[in-house]
Design a protein around this ligand. Structure first.
Ligand SMILES: Cc1ncc(COP(=O)(O)O)c(C=O)c1O
Length: 373
């Protein structure tokens, strides 16, 4: 009796933590398939800059030392590259860390955090973990709708996340729409513009929103080295916003949130503009090629401005997403299931190497032909 009563008492996490479905990363392996093309996490097919690799390796001699907790060299390099004040730049263990810290710092229990219907899953996770309530605004044609978002804003809305371009849809809002969203928000609500894929966008009406983040007291822009810089494994993200936001986050972020090798590789990568340019060119060539080739198979493709495509299955006689996923995996092509984003009929495909792109289209054609896989 005594024993069972004792066994019931244990430390209990806050209930809102247990209500969270943990983020499930893209798969990287298939049992029994030796060679795979991982097209599930929007990583760069070009890999990192050789200069970044060299800088990373040079850090091997200094592994006994703590890194510079303020990541000064990286903030200064970002400042030089984008014309920004280093004091207002925050660096994070991936931009994920910054997205989460913003919710922790700016939401009180019961406050609301708003994002769009198929927005990045880290937003509701961060909002819930901070004790806030996630609020979702409907999208139009898989694109964030400023009107729908503004209609959901109330006195408790304290943070709004907008991924621009959005993951997993690949769609974007023109800068005029982003400014309209900002203009409609109360001054005490923080607008977080997550521009993880900004470098890939080649549209004239797009902007990553540096100017808004530079000039407004309630706008933060987040960026990452995980995509165009090909450094996802090192976990380097950054944000730019008003000084008061940087000050608040700096009080609670872990003191050494970026490792020394991450800081060094990030600085070196910024100095290799040609490598970034090559990644942009690669994407500009293969994104439209994949879009057209896949659409011709009867698979619906959402027009994307990023380095990935959202494919919809189960139409025009083509089998469903689950069957496609299994079929492609068995052929060594790992795509991303996006059922957790409310898109169970879709898979997300990262633009890969030429070999991967040609191969995945062939595999998709075979799948479409059989109708089931
Ligand atoms: C929209 C968006 N934001 C942020 C991230 C997080 O990037 P990281 O934490 O690697 O900087 C991702 C990664 O997939 C993303 O798709």
């Amino acid at each position: 009796m005594v024993m069972s009563a004792t066994a019931l008492v244990r430390p209990e996490p806050r209930p809102e933590i247990i209500a969270i479905d943990a983020y499930v990363p893209g798969r990287s392996r298939v049992a029994g398939v030796a060679k795979v093309h991982k097209l599930s996490s929007n990583e760069s097919p070009l890999g990192p800059s050789p200069r970044a690799v060299e800088a990373y390796q040079a850090c091997a001699r200094e592994l006994s030392l703590y890194p510079d907790g303020s990541a000064r060299a990286l903030r200064e390099a970002i400042g030089r590259r984008f014309g920004l004040e280093p004091e207002r730049i925050l660096c994070g263990n991936g931009s994920d860390e910054i997205l989460a810290l913003l919710a922790h710092v700016f939401l009180r229990p019961g406050d609301e955090g708003l994002y769009s219907e198929h927005g990045f899953l880290e937003y509701p996770i961060s909002i819930r973990a901070a004790g806030g309530t996630p609020v979702v605004a409907k999208e139009t044609n898989r694109t964030a709708s400023v009107d729908a978002m503004l209609a959901k804003v109330g006195p408790r809305t304290k943070i709004v996340y907008l991924a621009n371009p959005n993951n997993p849809t690949g769609t974007y809002l023109p800068y005029s729409e982003v400014r309209r969203l900002h203009a409609g928000l109360p001054a005490d609500c923080l607008l977080v513009i997550d521009a993880a894929y900004a470098e890939y966008v080649t549209r004239n009406d797009y902007a990553a929103a540096i100017e808004l983040a530079a000039s407004c007291e309630n706008v933060v822009m987040t960026r990452t080295f995980s995509k165009i810089h090909g450094l996802a494994g090192l976990r380097i993200g950054w944000a730019y916003g008003p000084a008061h936001v940087a000050d608040a986050i700096n009080r609670v972020r872990l003191p050494f949130n970026l490792s020394g090798p991450a800081i060094a590789a990030g600085v070196a990568s910024l100095e290799d503009a040609a490598h970034v340019e090559a990644a942009i060119e690669h994407n500009a060539r293969w994104l439209p090629w994949l879009t057209e080739a896949i659409a011709r198979l009867g698979i619906e493709v959402t027009p994307s401005v990023a380095n990935f495509l959202l494919l919809e299955f189960g139409r025009n006689g083509v089998g469903g997403a689950e069957a496609a996923d299994a079929y492609l995996s068995a052929r060594g092509y790992i795509l991303r299931s996006v059922a957790a984003y409310g898109l169970p009929q879709c898979l997300r495909l990262t633009v890969g190497s030429e070999e991967a792109n040609r191969g995945v289209v062939e595999a998709l054609a075979d799948f479409a032909r059989t109708g089931r896989g």
